[in-house]
Design a protein around this ligand. Sequence first.
Ligand code: AKB
Length: 314
Amino acid sequence: MQEKIVVLGSNGQIGTELVTTLRKIYGDDHVVACDIRRPDYDIKNSAPFEFVNVLDKEMINGIFHKYRPTQVYLLAALLSATGEQNPKLAWDLNMNGLLNVLDLALEYKTAKVYWPSSIAVFGPNSPKDNTSQYCIMDPNTVYGISKLAGERWCEYYNQKYGLDVRSIRYPGLISWKAAPGGGTTDYAIHIFHDALKKGSYQSFLSAETELPMMYMDDAIRGTIELMDAPADQISVRSSYNFAGVSFTPEVLAAEIRKHIPDFTLSYAANDPRQQIANSWPRSIDDNYAAKDWGWKPEFDLSKLTIDMLNNLKK
Ligand code: AKB
């Protein structure tokens, strides 16, 4: 079957890299990038791009009607930190954007839908270490609440209507191609930029705040591996735990110092993102992803640090 893939929210941190990779696999004309903002990278020159607001169901209907996608990736979302500044908008975008796409995917018989969840579905009473797929989940950010509710909707559409919807709970994603979009884990990207530009960085998370993270190359590969897996191997229809590497700002700084020996790290007090980070796990148990579709990360802290610094230097 000839794939036609629509990526909604194509210009964000994940979309930028996902569109490029999908176009390498399927060809430029088979991957339609859609966003509410004009792309500031090469997708607009090389292949189809459409302006789309995922809250405008008629507009997305037009995209389904025009392209008849076999796969849809819905990436448009407000993340944890920006979500707290505008809770109603975060709920509206994260929830109604998803429901619009699930309904249209049913109507147009889209073969597969991908929707990202996050470690933000866990909360203060979830286990902190090696957090398992199924445990107490009491998110206390609007982002986390919307992701947990979204996961339930994904499973519901799969079980009630047979829609093949797949999802991953991303940890903090580290990348150099596109800027992160207002998350709690963004310090782990800013630190690389400032280490190269200024030789110093002020972290908004405290020295001992350990969080699950992943290099973008791993995240994109894992996402496509999940989408390529046979449907009968997908036992989790809410969203898969997905682990890369866990570290604190202090440990990351020590790794950066192996390449920039004079790099200094200081800490800002009372940043609201600290409260969010405190409610999240330190590490994740992703054995369902490993067992069901063979997930295995390739980038450890040392490898991702070298890759970030080399690419940002260019
Ligand atoms: C955020 O920090 O909000 C995101 C996430 C972990 O989902 N990077």
